[in-house]
Design a protein. Structure first.
Lengths: 114, 110
């Protein structure tokens, strides 16, 4: 069964460094999402992406974040200058189409900022 | 923005018991999903259920969109059911934005 994949599974970085989290959505899916989950807390929406542009973003998704679909398969989240509070699990998700269909989640990338 | 409230926040069950988890949401939504987050952190789809009732084995879910709530039923619980159960609603405001509830943490004792 097709699945969403994410790399790396874990990343440790120093405060102020840039990180790029990678996701490969399910191949025929068109709508992509990034979420984060701080340890022990709920899952928070960051951004949705469709047709090579941001569809919706939350107040968390400020100027230090950006997303890109650099080729036909990858979907990336870049954090320009990491802060301690960016430490979290980051999940990517995808759906087949526009109208709020089932979201399939990747296994997540656990980011630790020191 | 839309509020999603889940209850109870924590639940301890004896293996074999049944339970009902509730999700209330404050406004109309385009989509509602239930997820199980296992102890390894994976988010597993349980149901896509914007309205109506669905069943999958020992699990079933009902969403009453007009009254803005959804219920997840777990019957004959097993230790592997332990984890956190999240309700997530999706609302179109221009694009689609997903709001998760705080979750119900379930522990099933052997």
């Amino acid at each position: 069964e097709p699945e969403v994949t994410q790399t790396p599974s874990h990343q440790v970085t120093q405060m102020g460094q840039e990180v790029i989290l990678r996701c490969v959505p399910i191949s025929n899916h068109l709508y992509f999402y990034w979420y984060r989950q701080i340890l022990g807390q709920k899952v928070e929406f960051l951004v949705s992406f469709y047709n090579n542009e941001i569809s919706e973003k939350s107040e968390i998704f400020d100027d230090q974040f950006s997303v890109e679909r650099p080729d036909g398969s990858n979907f990336t989240l870049k954090i320009r200058s990491t802060k301690l509070e960016d430490s979290a699990m980051y999940f990517c998700a995808s759906t087949r189409g526009l109208a709020g269909e089932t979201q399939y989640f990747g296994p997540g990338t656990r980011l630790l900022v020191l | 923005g839309i509020q999603v409230e889940q209850s109870p926040p924590d639940l301890i069950l004896q293996e074999g018991a049944n339970s009902t988890l509730r999700c209330n949401f404050s406004d109309s939504v385009n989509n509602l999903q239930w997820f199980h987050q296992n102890p390894w952190g994976q988010l597993i789809n349980l149901f896509y259920i914007p309205s109506g009732t669905k069943q999958n084995g020992r699990l079933s879910a009902t969403t009453v969109a007009t009254e803005r709530y959804s219920l997840l039923y777990i019957s004959s619980s097993q230790t592997t059911d332990s984890g956190v159960y999240f309700c997530a609603v999706e609302r179109q405001t221009g694009g689609f934005k997903t709001i998760f509830g705080a979750g119900t943490r379930l522990f099933v004792k052997a």
